[in-house]
Design a protein around this ligand. Structure first.
Ligand code: MG
Ligand code: ZN
Length: 380
């Protein structure tokens, strides 16, 4: 009898140990996304009011290659808002001094049409400031905006407004926001404006320039004025579980501010953390960031379909992680990712477009061509 109890206890202990090990192994397999809830995707009209756009909304999925898009599409059980974009091309992303770009050189290429060195924010290889698309369109009377899930002073959004030799100068980049009359910007990075080494309080300076400064997403959502600085986190915004629908809500809020200008607008929206997910080789993180960006794209497409004079472009600055998708399920949304790098890669990234002017963005192009085409359509 005693022996039987001993055996049973041993059996239970071994079984517990096995299941605990299996659970730990499963928890550690960051390349596997188990699947989850899918959201409904809408189809929008493919007929527009005009042949050329009055407004351009540029989405940048930082680090978003074809595999990241397909991981998202699989996780959402076979569809994305992005599929409304019927014009598709590829962008060659290399930097001036490197085959593999970083987000600063990649962002600067898209914002200014100039290839530069890795780390450069809106400056050329000789560190001279280069005119960006925000400045170019504002000279034509258009309104401008930037939205990002990272700090608004992080490399990608910074490239569209600032001119600094290095992406690490986030306090200098914040000060550059005061040098240009941008109409709306929403992202993290409050502390780069408020807690600075030079003692300046850029929050007060923004208010003096007529901005409403909001830290709270609900207040960003309900904002009905003309000059909004939304600083929704001290530094980067958190992951989706923490920041909620910050990106879709901010995209819509920015559009509502900008659409008040009859002459038109340019808005850049960045899904920053697809890149961070790629660096971490974390497929669930890739998927949640990809789907969050797609929901924001849905908000823009909804506006564009109704407005009829808005071009929506979705691209990336580079690919991150050398990701591919080795298995998946459209039924459960499961995605099995695989990665060849913990850094960026040199492969071409997709360019998806919707609306008047979308046919310009097909074929294989340089990242700098995207700037040239947007400029041609908006500045003429
Ligand atoms: Mg970025
Ligand atoms: Zn990166």
């Amino acid at each position: 009898m005693k022996q039987k109890i001993k055996t049973a206890v041993l059996f239970v202990a071994v079984a517990l140990l096995f299941s605990a090990t299996a659970a730990a192994q499963q928890a550690e397999d960051l390349t596997l996304y188990q699947g989850g809830e899918a959201y409904e995707v809408k189809s929008f009209t493919q007929t527009f009011k005009s042949d050329t756009p009055k407004n351009v909304i540029l989405f940048i999925g930082d680090g978003m290659g074809v595999a990241q898009v397909f991981a998202g599409l699989t996780a959402n059980k076979g569809s994305l808002f992005l599929e409304n974009c019927r014009y598709i091309g590829f962008s060659k992303t290399s930097a001036a001094n490197r085959y593999v770009t970083d987000s600063a050189a990649g962002g600067t290429a898209l914002a200014t049409g100039k290839k530069t060195y890795n780390g450069a924010i809106g400056v050329d290889v000789d560190k001279n400031p280069v005119k960006n698309i925000l400045k170019e369109v504002s000279e034509k009377g258009l309104s401008t905006g930037l939205v990002s899930t990272s700090s608004i002073t992080h490399a990608t959004p910074a490239s569209f407004i600032a001119h600094q030799a290095s992406r690490s100068q986030e306090e200098d980049i914040a000060a550059d926001f005061l040098k240009f009359d941008i109409d709306v910007f929403i992202g993290g990075g409050y502390d780069f404006f408020a807690k600075r080494e030079d003692g300046r309080n850029l929050i007060d300076e923004l208010k003096k320039k007529g901005y409403t400064v909001e830290k709270d997403l609900a207040r960003v959502k309900n904002y009905r004025g003309k000059k909004l600085a939304g600083l929704t986190a001290p530094n980067a915004n958190g992951r989706v579980q923490e920041r909620g629908d910050m990106l879709p809500v901010s995209t819509r809020a920015a559009i509502d501010v900008l659409a008040q200008n009859e002459k038109g607008f340019f808005l850049m929206v960045e899904g920053s953390q697809i890149d961070w997910a790629g660096h971490a080789q974390n497929t669930a993180y890739v998927v949640e960031e990809m789907l969050d960006l797609d929901r924001a794209i849905g908000k823009a497409l909804e506006f564009a379909a109704e407005n009829g004079e808005t071009l929506v472009i979705v691209t990336a600055d580079h690919e991150t992680g050398g990701m591919t998708v080795n298995d998946g399920s459209f039924e459960t949304g499961m995605v099995k990712g695989a990665y060849t790098s913990t850094g960026h890669t040199g492969v071409m990234v997709p360019v998806f477009s919707y609306g008047p002017g979308a046919s310009e963005f097909i074929g294989i192009m340089e990242n700098t061509d995207i700037h040239a085409k947007m400029r041609k359509l908006l500045v003429k």
